[in-house]
Design a protein around this ligand. Structure first.
Ligand SMILES: Cc1ncc(COP(=O)(O)O)c(C=O)c1O
Length: 416
């Protein structure tokens, strides 16, 4: 790839692709945003690097902005360079603060590739390194995945038993430091939990005095139509992690935000952690400009409005195609979840297929779409549609039409 502008990118042959997944669900501002580019250019001429032991103006500015934008009470921030590092810091903070070790996560999750973050990752990427390069002590709770409920129940009759099961786990386990969740699960299926789920999980974690860590690496920054996904349910976690969209991905930046209670512990206790590139001024300069652009372009509201249109267009495909089981999402964050059989909801592929390198239907669909000039992220048995928040209706129509045609690959497989 050699160039990118707005919602499109270009290869060396001059072929144009619609970016229908914002790369790795991170190019929220679209490509070549002038304000962010200028901010990086200006700052590299001013203070290209300074040790994280020093404060600098952009660090103060981002911290002030985050304290205003993040859920109330999240007031102190650790800056790294990626989502996995943001979670690595969060898990270390939770373990030091609670003096406990174990963490509850869920199977349909991805939290990063470094030792602690991959250990709490539920998807098959952990399987390759399990017991070789992981930190022991993760327990996996049932996913709030209503379309294929792991408890075999149906919402709302289920009474959100998946949340109650976490209480059962906490009352039967010792040494739990934290529960880590993606409030809206990203890569593993854009799973939006039922409305009771997160508020109940918050109550349960409070009751058992364990920390709630919200991983908003993918779901933050307007992706779901709110600054952060937890806002949909007015849930305030103890720790919130983010990365990707904070700079529109123009520079690498991870953030671990902590609440007052946790933060004050480190007034008197050493936080043995840090990086040379921690709080890198160029990344922070990009973040200031990116956050100002989210505000200037009204992108949070835009995500809600354009997300409504995208959702409507995608749901038309669910009615039309035998292979589309469920279309679900929030804001400009959607999944098209495939099935071999609409009644049984059986997927074409499961994580073990991906682990064993079997050809996946979703990869065939994504390749066909790429041939036709639309890039989408494919994962095991679903496609993730998450365009830049700057997308226009006509670009959505283009992407949906190309997806519509490519779905014949799965329709044919469903009939076999
Ligand atoms: C929810 C979530 N957490 C953590 C990560 C890891 O972020 P990074 O790739 O920046 O290390 C990702 C990456 O996709 C993610 O989606």
């Amino acid at each position: 790839m050699v160039d990118a502008e707005g919602c499109y990118f270009y290869d060396s042959q001059g072929k144009k692709y619609l970016d229908f997944s914002s790369q790795l669900v991170c190019s929220n501002l679209g490509h070549k945003n002038r304000a962010v580019i200028e901010a990086i250019r200006d700052y590299v001429g001013k203070l290209p690097y300074i040790s994280p032991a020093f404060a600098c103006d952009v660090r103060a500015e981002v911290s002030k902005m985050l304290a205003e934008l993040m859920p109330p009470g999240i007031s102190k921030f650790f800056y790294s360079t990626s989502g996995t590092e943001a979670n690595e810091a969060a898990l270390k903070i939770a373990r030091l603060y609670t003096r406990r070790h174990k963490v509850i996560s869920r199977y349909r999750s991805y939290h990063g590739s470094t030792a602690a973050s991959i250990s709490v990752t539920g998807d098959h990427r952990r399987w390759y390194v399990d017991s070789l390069a992981t930190v022991p002590g993760t327990l996996f709770a049932p996913d709030a995945y209503c379309y294929r409920c792991p408890l075999g129940l149906r919402y709302p009759e289920c009474g959100v038993a998946c949340a109650d099961y976490v209480e059962y786990m906490l009352s039967n386990e010792a040494d739990i430091a934290a529960v880590i969740i993606e409030p809206v699960v990203g890569t593993n299926g854009v799973i939006v939990p039922p409305p009771e789920y997160l508020p109940r999980l918050r109550k349960i974690t409070e009751k058992y005095d364990v920390l709630l860590i919200a991983d908003e690496v993918m779901s933050g920054w307007g992706r779901t139509g709110e600054w952060f996904a937890v806002n949909h349910w007015n849930v305030v976690p103890d720790i919130i992690t983010t990365a990707k969209g904070i700079t529109g991905s123009y520079m690498p930046l991870g953030v671990t935000g902590t609440c007052e209670k946790v933060t004050s512990f480190f007034d008197d206790n050493f936080f043995a952690h840090g990086h040379t590139y921690e709080a890198h001024p160029l990344a922070l300069a990009a973040a200031v400009a990116a956050i100002n652009e989210y505000k200037r372009l009204n992108l949070i509201e835009r995500s809600r409005i354009m997300g409504g249109y995208l959702g409507k267009r995608l749901k038309e495909l669910a009615d039309k195609h035998d292979s589309v089981g469920e279309v679900r999402g929030l804001g400009l964050f959607w999944a098209v979840d495939l099935t071999q059989n609409k009644e049984t909801r059986e997927p074409f592929n499961v994580m073990a297929d991906k682990h064993e390198g079997k050809p996946l239907n979703v990869d065939k669909i994504a390749s066909e779409m790429m041939r036709n000039g639309v890039y989408v992220m494919a994962w095991v048995n679903h496609l993730i549609i998450a365009p830049p928040l700057t997308i226009e209706e006509e670009d959505i129509d283009l992407g949906v039409d190309v997806l519509d045609k490519a779905l014949k690959i799965a329709d044919e497989a469903a009939r076999r």
